[in-house]
Design a protein around this ligand. Sequence first.
Ligand SMILES: O=C([O-])CC(=O)C(=O)O
Ligand SMILES: [Mg+2]
Length: 537
Amino acid sequence: MSRARELLSDPLTNKGTAFTEEERDRFRLHGLLPPHVGTLESQMERRWRALGALPDNFQRYSFLRDLQDSNEILFHALVANNIEALLPIVYTPTVGEGCQRFSEIWRRPRGLFLSYPNRHRIKEMLADPAYDRVRAIVVSDGERILGLGDQGAGGMGIPIGKLALYTACGGFHPGELLPILLDVGTDNARLRNDPLYIGWRHERVRGPDYDAFVDAFVAAVAERWPGALLQWEDFAGANAARLLDRHRDQLLSFNDDIQGTAAVAVGTLLSAMRRTGRPLSAQRILLFGAGAAGTGIGSLLIAAMRAEGLDEAAARATIWAIDRDGLIREGANQVSEAARRFARPAGEADDLAGADLATIVARVAPTVMIGVSGQSGAFTEDAVRAMAAAVDRPIIFPLSNPASHAEARPDMLSAWTEGRAIIGTGSPFPPVKAALTPVTQVNNVYIFPGVALGALAAGARGVSDAMFMASARALAEAADGASALLPPVTALRDVALTVATAVAEQAVADGLATVATDDWRTRIAAMMWTPEYAAAE
Ligand SMILES: O=C([O-])CC(=O)C(=O)O
Ligand SMILES: [Mg+2]
């Protein structure tokens, strides 16, 4: 291929009409481009208008994915300059539909699809020199995409969306980032029967074969990119915690749904505590959902309360967890190892066996209720009214994504509590006028770009729980002065820098850093890339 065609077809080098006259001379681009010489600004204006003319957010998502695959710098400049409008499109909630309809809008490959039938070729598939610069990977197996369940290979939309935010918020150059989808089949029969489905048409591989596949993948990543960071994303319940435990000492890695969600939830609660002047340990916390996210939040809450001086038992006593078959009680429920930690002592709540949420709320009188169940509408009017009858400013976080799976809608929560509720949601919702405190978007986007940036800047050998605790505290501090409990999404880049600084400092304190400096903030700020065209070479 001629250099001209290479420049135009690689999304990392293509500038479209913004190639200068000199570049057009030098690389023989004349004729392949119209005579007009544009700028990044004029290109953004053109794309912005085109986006505005589209009928809905899914069409905008599809348009932006095409742009990303043809001119990545322009894509990132557009996102960075319009983060408030475009975050809900390239990311939650529209990215959910992007995954469900991934095969329908498939155009060009992005990232790596490692499919089970190709398991003997993993090393070969990672070897492409285009990936030499990779520093961070987001990987999913597509089994638990947001609250939308098994999306098979379509789950690739999530690693792509998360990594777009590594650039928008964390200042990573897109050439350093690699989305990966482990295609081990899908148990979603609708996909397997769809003639357009782009994934491997097979039921999910499970058990030892699955583990061997993931083991081979992790080993290959550790060998190909020593020191790189791997973010586990949207694995189903049991695998999420298991894979993290199994591999977290083998490579720099964290699970965003467990640890990122926990850190943003705890950070937002700490922000609420800073305002009310009451400690976490004075709360009664109801966790609705005891899967990966719920147990992650519970564990970080206990760590935060222990830092406030409580012992383990006293910290646990502030938490009530509800799973599929009700309030988790010692010896009473079939729950995971991680969830058992939150069981209420035997005999304490026998009368709540089989009780619905409203009954449990009336009895426990929680001050905080957090939903991570994926069950839309689970926070019923009765339950919310019971909560509001017992506490002045109930803190209610329906965190499940996308918006269609949230445990309650903020406008309803506000109505049922006469505007007194302090509300946080996982997905963005329209503002609620009657709410005394503006609704906060409590999404792990406030955490993961900064954690990745800080861990890599410090050359960390691992991501410790203390580093996540540090990220939560830094986030709470960054929220001082904001009207909602967290800074606005327009401040996400600054938030990532603040979080990264705290994470790197904690890596040093934990003895995990291999890099030293006395000014992490300056050092990290200097690493952050802004989308701009570079001279063609
Ligand atoms: O992607 C998001 O918006 C948050 C998240 O990790 C999830 O819901 O799985
Ligand atoms: Mg996720």
